[in-house]
Design a protein around this ligand. Structure first.
Ligand code: AKB
Length: 316
């Protein structure tokens, strides 16, 4: 059977780049992008686009039937910082959108689901360095609680009902072409823009706050990689740890200085510091590497080079 894809939340940070890559991989006619509103952007203009509310079961069901969808990528979510400001809506969106696609798969209307989890599933009692796949998980943010709960439901639907749902725990994601939307790791994107436009940057996290990060190219590679892996290779049905690189604001500033020697950084931590302090500093992703051959291409050096090259070529 032909792969026919529906992306829910296609206009977000990950969705935008995922949609472009899926269209290039599977053909524009086999990928339906959707989001809560229709913007003037490549996602809307370069292929099939539908307005859909991720909380509307009937709308999703209608699209599945209309386009004979096999695979759903559910990318709609409220991220950590935004979720703290609106806990009730974050819980509603992050959980009920997941239940909709899980139940539609249970009813035989979807063959395969991708659902993103996050390093936010971990908490202050989790070992912070090289955080293992299986460890203490006591998240203290609304976002983290929703992701951890979502993971439990994914595994439950897989074991009880045979739903083929696949998931990875994204670290902070860095991209030159899309803006992040309300996360705690967003500084790591903004810093590149400010290095070019202002030569200085004020970080909302303190200088030695280490967090796991990943270049968007690697995140997209992992997302499509786990979806293309043979079913039996995807042994973990909660969510896989995934690692690219780890750095602190001070370390990324040092790397940026190799390109812009006059660049300066100062620090003014806000409410996001507490969230960052509750997350791991680095991640052990041995299971993803062993089970479905995950491997990252980008470390801090080649990511920084690629960011500046593309920002200067396409944005500034
Ligand atoms: C966030 O900061 O909320 C996200 C994430 C790590 O899931 N980027």
């Amino acid at each position: 059977m032909n792969t026919k894809i529906l992306i829910i939340g296609a206009c977000g940070q990950i969705g935008t780049e995922l949609t472009a890559k899926l269209r290039a991989t599977y053909g524009v006619e086999n990928v339906v992008a959707s989001d809560i509103r229709k913007l003037e952007n490549d996602v809307v203009n370069n292929g099939i686009f539908e307005v859909v509310n991720a909380l509307d079961y009937n709308q999703i069901e209608h699209l599945l039937e209309k386009y004979k969808i096999t695979d759903v990528y559910l990318m709609a979510a409220l991220l950590s910082a935004t979720a703290e400001k609106n806990p009730a809506f974050a819980w509603d969106l992050n959980m009920n959108s997941l239940f909709h696609v899980l139940n539609l798969a249970k009813a035989g209307k979807i063959k395969k689901i991708f659902w993103p989890s996050s390093i936010a599933v971990f908490g202050p009692t989790t070992p912070s360095q090289n955080t293992p796949q299986y460890t203490i998980m006591e998240p203290t943010t609304v976002y983290g609680i929703s992701k951890q709960t979502g993971e439990r439901w994914c595994e439950y639907y897989n074991k009880q009902y045979g739903v083929d749902v696949r998931s990875i725990r994204y670290p902070g994601l860095i991209s030159w072409s899309t803006e992040p939307g309300g996360g705690t790791t967003d500084y790591a994107v903004d810093i590149f823009h400010k290095a070019i436009t202002e030569g200085k940057f004020t970080s909302f996290l303190s200088e030695n706050t280490g967090l796991p990060m990943m270049y968007m190219d690697d995140a997209i590679k992992a997302t499509i990689g786990i979806m293309q892996a043979p079913e039996e290779q995807v042994k973990i049905r909660s969510s896989y740890n995934l690692s690219g690189m780890s750095f602190t604001p001070k370390e990324i500033a040092e790397e940026i200085k190799k390109h812009y020697p006059d660049f300066t950084i100062d620090y003014n931590p806000d409410f996001r510091q507490k969230i960052a302090d509750s997350w791991p500093a680095s991640i052990d992703d041995t299971s993803a590497r062993e089970d479905w051959n995950w491997k990252n291409d980008f470390e801090i050096e080649n990511m920084t080079e690629d960011m500046f090259e593309n920002l200067k070529k396409h944005i500034y």
